[in-house]
Design a protein around this ligand. Sequence first.
Ligand SMILES: Nc1ncnc2c1ncn2[C@@H]1O[C@H](COP(=O)(O)OP(=O)(O)OP(=O)(O)O)[C@@H](O)[C@H]1O
Length: 771
Amino acid sequence: MGQKRARDPKAQVTEANKRKKAVKSDAASSDDHGPVGVENLNWKEVAMPDRMEDAEGFFGLEEIEGVDIIKQSDGGVHFKAKSGKPTQSIIKPPSEDDGEEWGGFSDEDSSKKSPATEKTPAATEVKEDKKSKKDKKKEQNKAKKEEQKSKEQKPKEQKAKESKPAQNQNIKAGLSFAALDDVEEDDGVDVSAWDGLNLSPETFTALSKMKFSSPSAIQKASIPAILDGHDVVGKASTGSGKTLAFGIPIIEHYLDKRGKQEEQSDKSEKNKTPIALILSPTRELAHQLGKHIGELIANSPDTNARIALVTGGMSIQKQQRQLATADIVVGTPGRVWEILSTGTGLIRKMQKIQFLVVDEADRLLSEGHFKEMEDILNALDKHQAGDIADADQEEEEEAPSHRQTLVFSATFHKDLQQKLAGKSRWSSGDMLDNKASMEYLLKKLNFREEKPRYIDVNPESQMAIGLKEGIVECPAMEKDLYLYSVLLYYPKNRTLVFTNSISAVRRITQLLQALQLPVFALHSNMAQKARLRSIERFSSPTANPSSILVATDVAARGLDIKGINCVIHYHVPRTADAYVHRSGRTARAGESGKSILICAPDEVVGVARLAGKIHAKKAKKADGADGPSKKVPLESLDIDRRVVSRLRPRMALAKRITDSTIAKEKVNTEDNWLRAAADDLGVEYDSDEFDQSKGRGRGRGGGRERRDKEASETSKSEMAGLRAELKQHLSQRVNIGVSEKYLTAGRIDIDALLRGEGNDAFLGHLDPLTF
Ligand SMILES: Nc1ncnc2c1ncn2[C@@H]1O[C@H](COP(=O)(O)OP(=O)(O)OP(=O)(O)O)[C@@H](O)[C@H]1O
């Protein structure tokens, strides 16, 4: 099997590589050996940003330097290397032959392959004698490892050549371009800590290249159980590697299945069925899951598993095309169901999946996703279902599921946890309330085993080990000021600010922009491309290290952005789970991070209760006492009063600018709306008359309307004045008690100031916050 895999590299890409090899020697010697053809020029692949993966039909880009183009009298074009002789090639109109670069998503030439004899990975597999299966696999792995070792001893040059096909294959899979950078094979780390997990050499190589030297606790516990064919319910803290806990076994299954198909010469694209459906509650998370598993594939030699991303906000036709040849489908329930229900036979294909993964299960199985989840789960288990028309008419028939169901989250509320762990019985009854709906969906998951393996690697704490939690108390009307102060206290931190509403995201983003901070917004009313763009700008390694993302809870779950040092809860989260997930955007994968709640006095009691709930087990253990501890593990952070008072004038100006901009936008939108309505009714619209009639109405909201109106009436010159004044403030450091006349009077470390050390937002000594 190993040999076959070694032979498998895609002919197309190998061709391209051969071409490149020829080019390099041609180009290098063009001076000596005469002209080179257009296809033989020294083209270099251009690394594409991740978001290009969504560009319709855009496959890749190559560039070339140092070539002169000479026009001929017959209309042809010659090439000449700048320092060399003219070349002979003539640009031809594109012909079919020129299409060799384009592979798209159905790039394999299925006509060359023998017809498929689809072998469904059925429940019988799990009943196989596990011991003999394991022994067999161990032997295979040993052989494969030896083969891999001998490969690794090949000269570096040759290895580099071999790594190319894997790169291009993954471009075909439409995933992370970031992962496609050339990785030197000997750049990997020692991965012997993964030895006991019975993984393939391909996965070992990928883990080594990804520098994952050892499995996380959830990976160590879940991977063997999943490889052994069990249903698994996995609970582990945020950022602890749950994605690969199910991603690795899926890829292992793919490699296994591909091996079997190779043995049977069964490679038909047409009869291909996906092996896994991974459901996620948000689009961003689905993209990230695809990207993360895509990186594993990209780093795994000769592995060409294809991932289809099926989320809203993107072209449905493209997703349908991708889905037809996908090995792994990652999506949000709404769009997945939208595509499945188009009646093109996809349901029948999806019924053959080996893995159903429900990520962030407590969210997916609760309100909001009920209808689509129910539809998807029903469709997966319908007997002989072809398309939705058939499915609707058929009698619902329950059959034991052949697939494995994998359910993961950092939080499972108690009831769900007990049900999943098989500790309490399903109740039948009224399906209308939320709890009953969840129970109903749980039953619909249709585990293949009576009791799934329940793996909880952190029963005591849901929070990441490296996370510090703090609380800043402030007057209710001064949250903006305190938020700004905290941001200035931690100037070189990448910070995620959570609010409870879209309008707050908009307002705070504008406010911080007015204060010249590098800030981006994320909420569900933004267009999908804008959402992804915000995340990309915020998370890019080249982004400002002080970048701020202001978001609703759409960013609370699952998002894995490297280098977030600080999470600020501008609004107190509505539930304890939301607090856990929001805070979990920092201190990931063993890193450290801070989570800071900004609290008005009347929110403090609720916050203490919330924190007590989250830390109850840990506190109980520490105290050795019964019941929740009174000690709340949130550190109280004291913001220096001088800082607050010195920042007040800036904030007042920034607020006036922001309020006025927002009010103007609102008035314009309202005005446009009323004008359109008046047009529709065929009446004349008079804004003054309308304002007067509004003014006659009394009651709630009148004050705000008046304020909005006043703000919207700030003239252009007033706005310019406000902006100039604010600019003036922002051009100076915030002086916290230093005489600027006598800088050398001893209260300031001049050397440090000249070296640019310390917090350059302030002038004078500032005690750092206690964590
Ligand atoms: N074995 C490992 N060693 C080091 N880093 C790892 C390992 N496995 C995964 N990671 C990294 O850990 C980070 C978090 O992983 P992942 O997103 O899967 O966490 P999670 O448990 O799903 O978090 P959440 O609950 O927030 O969704 C990722 O950046 C991933 O690359």
